[in-house]
Design a protein around this ligand. Structure first.
Ligand SMILES: Nc1nc2c(c(=O)[nH]1)N[C@H]1C(S)=C(S)[C@@H](COP(=O)(O)O)O[C@H]1N2
Ligand SMILES: [Mo]
Length: 319
C-alpha cells in the first residue's frame, strides 16, 4: 500500500478537481476489470496510519450523486468541529497536530457482541466504498463531498443488536488536552448524536474514514465519523469513540444546547424554518460570492431512499 505523509503531497495533487475527477474515472474503470471487484477485493480494507494516506480498494457506489464536487480545499478548510474551535477555519488550524492513532471504539448496550475494538480491527472486515453525497448544514450552506467509508448498517449487523435496541447512540472523544475546544462551554461534552435503528439500518448512512480517496483529515473527523446525507450536517458526528445500542431516544448535543432549534430527527426540510432563519434555500460553498442561493430539497434530495422511514410521523413536531 502506498503511504504518503501529508507534507509530501504536492498541492497540485490534492487541490485540482480535474485531477480528482480523473482519479475517479480511474477507480470506476478499474473496478470493471473482469468484473472481479467483489471476489478479489473483499479481502479487507486496509486503514493507513498516516493522515492523507491513500486508501486502497475503494469501490464506487450507485448511491453517489453526479453533481459537481467541492474541491479539496473547501472540504478541508471550511468546517464545523467545535472541539477545535467555533470558527470555520479553526478545525483546520487547531486540528493539525491531533493524533488519531492509537484509537479504539467501544461498542456497548443492547447487542450480542460488545467490547472495545482497535480502529484497524473495526474496519478491517469491510470493503470500502466511495459515496459522493450532498451535505446540507443547518446553517444553510452545502457542499458535495466524496466520502470513503463503510455502510453503517453493515457494521451494526456484525454486532447483532437485540430487539430491545431502539436507537444507536454515538460519542466523540472527550479529552480537553487533545481537543482544546472542549475547554469552552459552547456545548456539553462529549459531542453526542444518535439515530433510530431503522434510520441506522438504511443503506445511506456511512461511517467515513476518508475523503477524496485518502484517510480523513483531522478537521473532517479523523479517524472515523458518521455521514447521514438526508439530515442536517450536525448529525454527522466526528471522532467517534463510542457506539451504544440503547432502549430509548438518546439526547443529542445540539438538542441539549437548544432543543427549540435543533431536534433529534434533524431531517433536511425546506418547509420548516429554523427559529432564526429560513431553510428554503442554501448557499453551495465554492459557487462564488455572487451566486444565488439554490433551493433546498426535502430530505436533501434523498427522499426516495428515506421518506418511508417517516410515514405517519409529524415532521413539524419531530423536526
Ligand atoms: N464531534 C463533532 N462532530 C461534528 C461537529 C462538531 O462540532 N463536533 N459539527 C457538525 C456539523 S454542524 C457539521 S455541518 C459537520 C461538518 O462536517 P465537515 O466539517 O466535515 O464538512 O460536522 C458535524 N459533526
Ligand atoms: Mo452544521
Amino acid at each position: 500500500m502506498l503511504i504518503k505523509r501529508s507534507s509530501t503531497i504536492k498541492s497540485s495533487e490534492i487541490t485540482s478537481e480535474d485531477n480528482y475527477l480523473n482519479r475517479r474515472k480511474f477507480i470506476q474503470s478499474s473496478t470493471l476489470i473482469g468484473g472481479s471487484l467483489l471476489s478479489s477485493r473483499l479481502l479487507g480494507a486496509n486503514l493507513p496510519q498516516e493522515p492523507f494516506a491513500e486508501l486502497d480498494d475503494v469501490k464506487s457506489s450507485l448511491y453517489s450523486t453526479d453533481e459537481k464536487i467541492n474541491n479539496f480545499l473547501d472540504v478541508t478548510s471550511y468546517n464545523n468541529y467545535y472541539e477545535f474551535g467555533t470558527g470555520k477555519d479553526d478545525p483546520y488550524r487547531n486540528g493539525k497536530d491531533f493524533q488519531s492513532r492509537p484509537w479504539s471504539i467501544e461498542v456497548t448496550g443492547e447487542a450480542e457482541k460488545t467490547g472495545i475494538f482497535d480502529i484497524e480491527d473495526f474496519v478491517k472486515p469491510y470493503l470500502l466504498e466511495e459515496r459522493i453525497y450532498r451535505m446540507r448544514c443547518v446553517e444553510a450552506w452545502s457542499m458535495v463531498i466524496p466520502w470513503v467509508g463503510i455502510p453503517l448498517a453493515d457494521i451494526i449487523k456484525s454486532f447483532k443488536p437485540l430487539s430491545s435496541a431502539t436507537h444507536v447512540r454515538f460519542e466523540t472523544l472527550h479529552d480537553r488536552e487533545r481537543m482544546p475546544g472542549q475547554k469552552s462551554r459552547v456545548l456539553k461534552w462529549p459531542y453526542r448524536e444518535g439515530l433510530t435503528m431503522a434510520e441506522a439500518m438504511n443503506p445511506l448512512p456511512l461511517l467515513a474514514i476518508g475523503i477524496y480517496g485518502r484517510a480523513l483529515p483531522n478537521q473532517n473527523g479523523a479517524p472515523i465519523r458518521l455521514v447521514v446525507p438526508w439530515k442536517y450536517g450536525f448529525k454527522g458526528i466526528k471522532g467517534i469513540v463510542k457506539m451504544s445500542f440503547v432502549k430509548s431516544q438518546p439526547k443529542t448535543s445540539w438538542e441539549m444546547a437548544a432543543s427549540n432549534e435543533y431536534g433529534f430527527y434533524a431531517n433536511v426540510n425546506p418547509k420548516i424554518s429554523h427559529p432564526r432563519w429560513s431553510q428554503a434555500r442554501e448557499r453551495r460553498i465554492g459557487s462564488g460570492v455572487f451566486a444565488s442561493k439554490q433551493p433546498t430539497q426535502m430530505f436533501n434530495g434523498y427522499g426516495e431512499q428515506v421518506a418511508h422511514l417517516y410515514d405517519g410521523l409529524n415532521l413539524r413536531r419531530h423536526f
